[in-house]
Design a protein around this ligand. Sequence first.
Ligand SMILES: [Zn+2]
Length: 208
Amino acid sequence: MDKFYPKNIYPPKMPPGIERSIDLLTKPNEWDFSRFKEIMINLGVLNNGQYIPASNAPEKIHCEGWDDTMVELLRLMEQHGDIEFARSVRTDIHDKNITMGDITQGDDSKVQFDISKDKGKEASQRIVGTFHTHPSGVASYGLSPVDFITLLVQDATKDYLKLTGGNFAATMLSVAEFNKAVCAEFGLTMYMSIKENPDLFKRVEVVS
Ligand SMILES: [Zn+2]
């Protein structure tokens, strides 16, 4: 299994000042939406180092601020069940706010998200997250093997994901189980919304 753990799979170390502020901001075990937003804005400053220290992964995250986007994407998904839709999340590191990109439409297996920036804000706006839907079917919820490959970027992850992704399709392992397995393999933290309150995302234990 060693070959799946190359040194460069993990993001570069954060600058010392930033690390402290991200560390303090992410420490609470439950994040309300304003904290979540502030964390995303601070992560935007890091640009390519958009990661939270794993030791500070909260148990609960409140996501009501994404409601409009989630409702709209779900509506589109219901209307056009066979194609993917996406929307990017941008932070402005000077204005300290969050804005959304346009909703974009893809085909049945992929979608490009809007990477444009507002006029005059090219230097300060940064994309820190994305939403996207999957066509209804096997991977209609959760991340797909291709999503993980995109997210983890490094070449070495591709072999693992092709393998597990292939097994996943062959065995019809549930999407949740596949996501858990990949998170456990790469030390990622996984969250799922709860039925009683779709705005609340709870951490899922990936190692039993
Ligand atoms: Zn996807």
